[in-house]
Design a protein. Structure first.
Length: 254
């Protein structure tokens, strides 16, 4: 998927050093294997992937793998929910699931880590973050994710606590950021004129929701920002092209 993946696991004082090292090695292997497998299916940078074969017309969607068809179905559902702000097709009509695949990969990796019995970790894939537990095992101390300033990649624009309970009893386990600062203009506006937001970060209970809605808000501008914050239990931080910030209460308090 052309992105850097990092897994952070805090030291557990109750575990023997070798046991902790073995656990981390097993977890790293599981995450690496999963991302490699999904990359072989969905990457548009690999000419032999299913995604590339679909774009070239060598493979029809009904003939694709169950994994590909499931992701298309999920992306199509999000297109309906966002009234077209998020879409699984490029403007030229070619299938492009890039907007959901990374979130899906992170979600699946998180499920695998929990299946291994790991309760405290932070998984970061290209700036999209999913956490479990706490950086201080046995406490309710939250993880803290930083959001880079799109105007100066050496500076943090904001921080946000992930994990634990929010004031209203909800959870924020995931944070995703979309925009043009890292990868250029790869999101297509569905509104008249230029893309309104240079960068959008969304915190949610699950990483796919955070990832999809961050992309949808970039594409749909303020109307989609208003729709997303009204329909989903999320927090959002949007950076306009002129540097102005629009933030929900969770980001203002974070």
């Amino acid at each position: 998927m052309g992105t850097v993946i990092s897994l952070t696991v805090p030291t557990d004082a109750h575990k023997a050093p070798q046991a902790a090292a073995d656990e981390l090695e097993a977890a790293t292997a599981v995450v690496e294997r999963l991302f490699t497998q999904l990359d072989s299916i969905f990457s548009l940078y690999r000419p032999d992937s299913e995604a590339s074969r679909l774009v070239r017309g060598e493979l029809a969607l009904p003939e694709a793998s169950a994994e590909m068809r499931a992701q298309y179905e999920e992306a199509a559902e999000w297109r309906l929910l966002t009234e077209g702000a998020f879409t699984p097709e490029r403007p030229d009509g070619a299938l492009d699931l890039s907007g959901i695949v990374k979130g899906h990969a992170i979600r699946e990796a998180g499920t695998s880590l929990l299946a291994l019995g790991m309760g405290n970790w932070c998984l970061n894939a290209g700036g999209d973050v999913l956490v479990s537990g706490s950086p201080s095992p046995g406490t309710d101390v939250p993880w803290r994710a930083g959001i880079v300033d799109p105007a100066d990649r050496r500076t943090l624009l904001a921080g946000f606590p992930l994990g634990g309970k929010t004031a209203d009893g909800g959870t924020r386990l995931a944070l995703a950021t979309s925009g043009s600062a890292e990868r250029g203009d790869h999101i297509w506006s569905v509104t008249a004129g230029a893309v309104e937001f240079r960068q959008v970060s969304v915190a949610a209970a699950d990483v796919v929701t955070a990832d999809v809605l961050a992309t949808a808000i970039v594409a749909g501008g303020v109307p989609m920002l208003n729709r997303a914050t009204a329909m989903w239990d999320i927090e959002a931080l949007a950076v306009r092209a002129n540097g102005e910030l629009l933030a929900t209460s969770g980001f203002r308090q974070g």
